[in-house]
Design a protein around this ligand. Sequence first.
Ligand SMILES: [Zn+2]
Length: 113
Amino acid sequence: MPRKTRRFSVEIDERTEHMSLEALRCRTFGHAWIERTVAHARRMSLAKLGQVEEILGCERCGGTWETIYALPDFTRVSTKRTYADPGTYLVPPRSGRLRRHEARKALYCRRAS
Ligand SMILES: [Zn+2]
């Protein structure tokens, strides 16, 4: 059952209680992605396969999103998501999706407490 904070009478999804502030911010606002450099050797080995790789890193939570594309059409071959600290980012397995407004409620109530 959701926990209720007395101060705001807001029902907070209890799955957010273990999440870091950074995780709640990324869940609320979206990740702060920047492009990371793909190592030269990696670029060369992918080029032999007719592929390129894009690596995005989140400046806030440290998560990464690696995607490999096939040339010349840039069709997606594979994607890999990683989280710097999955224990403070992800909700428990098979507990469903955390909606953005639930992350926002948890973020604002935690900052105000
Ligand atoms: Zn992030």
